[in-house]
Write a protein that binds this ligand. Structure first.
Ligand SMILES: [Zn+2]
Length: 350
């Protein structure tokens, strides 16, 4: 039972309303430069909502040239950097936001998310714990607790996999429990994808995303796995189902969930459950986000039980914030090839 951990990332921060003419913010007089910075921050938020992150970065830098102390602009700049994959710059900006405004639980959480998605597990854990300690009444406490427990699990798993990994694969990390795979007598693996009828936020394109996630892993495995899509769930080995209710997943900090049964080293049956809502429940899940969750859970159901410690891999434990179409990495491909290359599954346990 493996799953994908989300980060706290969706929240943009407004600077408090600023008024022209005599320039007030929160009832206090502000300078014209501060007023301009506030307006630019608002403009950047609209760009980010439209996923125009590069443009937003330029506008936020301009905002900060007018008011370097505007914590919300540092926060949003950190988010924008995350979304284009500049993780170190993101962390720097979020740390500045936290320093300038220690009262912002959201900036602290987002910093935790930036550590998490760049693979800095211990710093992520410390930051989330600090958030709970400093903001005991935080409304999304359950999600933060969920994150902490998932990341602790991940830290333990990394420890049990030992320090170093094989050069080109994360085979050791995904086989810390009993190694499993779809054995030759169950190929082609029969997959049934439910139509999502009646599930809030479900979109028909999700079905192709799910299909392509399987096909991309099959390609990555270079012919060692074969699959077929079936139209009758009774004939399926793997079912893909959809839900808009985070409570249907074991942990509120998850985007999806893969459950399976196996005998000895051979997988027998599996179910993938995918969430049609992101962690910020007021938003809708984007095509790229759903693709990431889907590709990750398919990796689990094909036998990659654990997680990669490298943020560049599909099987990294955390959903990448970068908003792009994810493909299996070279290490993902070599790991699945390795798992399916053993002449017989019994030798996997050696
Ligand atoms: Zn996972």
């Amino acid at each position: 039972m493996k799953n994908l951990v989300l980060g706290f990332f969706a929240v943009l921060l407004f600077s408090s309303a600023a008024f022209a003419q005599s320039y007030f913010r929160d009832g206090k007089p502000i300078t014209e430069a501060q007023y301009k910075a506030s307006n630019l921050n608002t403009e950047a938020m609209n760009l980010m909502r439209a996923n125009e992150n590069e443009k937003a970065i330029a506008v936020l830098k301009e905002a900060l040239s007018f008011d370097p102390q505007l914590s919300q602009a540092h926060h949003n700049l950190g988010l924008a950097y995350s979304k284009v994959g500049h993780t170190q710059e993101a962390i720097d900006e979020l740390r500045t936001a936290v320093e300038l405004n220690p009262q912002s639980a959201m900036s602290l959480l987002t910093l935790g998310g930036a550590y998490q998605t760049s693979g800095r597990l211990q710093e992520a854990l410390e930051t989330y714990k600090e958030t709970l300690k400093r903001f005991p009444d935080f409304p999304d406490k359950a999600e933060v607790k969920g994150l902490i427990s998932k990341l602790k699990e991940e830290a333990d798993r990394q420890k049990s996999a030992g320090g170093q990994s094989e050069a080109d694969t994360y085979f050791r990390q995904v086989t810390t429990e009993v190694p499993v795979r779809w054995c030759s007598n169950s190929l082609p693996v029969r997959i049934f994808i439910t139509d999502g009828q009646g599930v809030p936020n479900f979109r028909p394109e999700f079905i192709d995303i799910a299909k392509n996630s399987f096909l991309d892993w099959v390609n990555a495995a270079q012919g060692r796995i074969s699959i077929t899509f079936v139209s009758d769930p009774r004939n399926a080995d793997i079912k893909v189902v959809w839900t808009a209710d985070p409570k249907e997943l074991p942990n509120p900090a998850e985007a999806g969930f893969a459950d399976f049964t196996y005998r000895r080293h051979c997988l027998l049956k599996g179910t993938i459950k995918l969430l049609t809502v992101p962690m910020d429940r007021t938003q809708t899940v984007s095509t790229n986000q759903l693709r990431k969750a889907c590709l990750h859970e398919v990796g689990h159901i094909l036998g990659l039980r654990g997680h990669s410690p490298d943020p560049a891999d599909v099987m990294f434990y955390s959903l990448p914030i970068e908003d792009k179409w994810l493909m299996p990495s070279k290490r993902d491909a070599e790991t699945i090839v390795r798992l399916y290359s053993e002449p017989n599954p019994e030798s996997l346990s050696k």
